[in-house]
Design a binder for this molecule. Sequence first.
Ligand SMILES: O=C(O)CCC(=O)C(=O)O
Ligand SMILES: [Fe+2]
Length: 395
Amino acid sequence: MRPRGDAGTTLFRLQVKDLSCVIVLEQDSFYRKDTSGRLGGSAGCRRTQEEDVALLELNLSNEEIAAIDAVVDELAQRYDTVESAEFQREAKVFSDELPRRVRLVFNDYRGSEAHGALLVTGLPVDDSLIGATPAHWANKPVPSPSIRVDIAFYLLSCLLGEPIGWATQQDGYIMHDVFPIKGHEKEQIGSGSEELLVWHTEDAYHPLRTDYLGLVCLRNPDDVSTTMADIADVRIDSDTAKVLSEKRFRILPDHSHRAGDHAVVESDPKIAELRARSHARVEQALAEPEPVAVLFGDPDAPYLCIDPHFMKDVQGPVEQQALDVVGAAIDEAMREVVLRPGAVVFIDNYRMVHGRKPFKARHDGTDRWLRRLNVARDLRKSRDARPNALSRVIY
Ligand SMILES: O=C(O)CCC(=O)C(=O)O
Ligand SMILES: [Fe+2]
């Protein structure tokens, strides 16, 4: 993956891919639809397109599904929510019992950094067991109606790192819900619906943002697309790349982290202090965001951190011009993936941006419902923002 240094143009990957491709992932299969309407099936683990290394795909075999089920069985007898600290403490050990091919693929995805996202299909989801799509994420029911999927999803994420949550987001739950919430229709957050959720790096404003964003689909009756683009597929000129590599860009916190939604009374003084500091950090990031680079890491294969919606109106003209250029190039590289029940995607948050197409929420219990995990490669980086070594909640 060397850039092509011709005539001032930086191309982070040589391969050219089909930009009109829509991938639909289903419980036991997926199809990819191109503009001619052709459908293609797949089996086993392979690259989604010969020349396409952005998406790595793993279709679980029946034997693998049965083996994952056996591990889930054991844990589901003892735990009724993945928010349990005991569950979180031992999950990694159980993830070591997932089928070897699955562990090998995840290990390679994590280690090689050769792909923007890993798609896994085949986890069983029983629509009649998970019940109605909830109206809100607060006060989640225990037992979780989707406990078997939750456990399988959590174990898979342990193959990439450590699931983390945010004290300032969804009440500190580790596993988030993504479904439309009444009143959020126009919001630029996961619970919005009617507006295009503009592509973004997850929690771009925060230095401890997740390494991987995991999404599992419980239902998606209207085939609403998740959008994503890999920086490796983005073409920009080298002058723009140079500007983007300098620490001169401001990113504001998104609405999901802002105070208001989560006024919590805290009795533990240490947690109260961490919480106050974290809210102060959000306020500070709103008032006076620390300048950061949009491109960083290896200049030949850079990482990316960008959230145009929350970078509006706070840049100088040169910075805004560079953002506009890379924004248009990212639009060019954008693809759509329709997650169907049982499909899981782990997006590398250091190289892929993601978003969601607009849709009309139903608000009748049948709405699109995803669950989400943030996965950190190294928990120690956030140690001073967590109340103790075992805690996974970042303040
Ligand atoms: O709904 C989706 O497909 C993606 C939502 C999103 O951006 C997120 O959950 O971070
Ligand atoms: Fe997101």
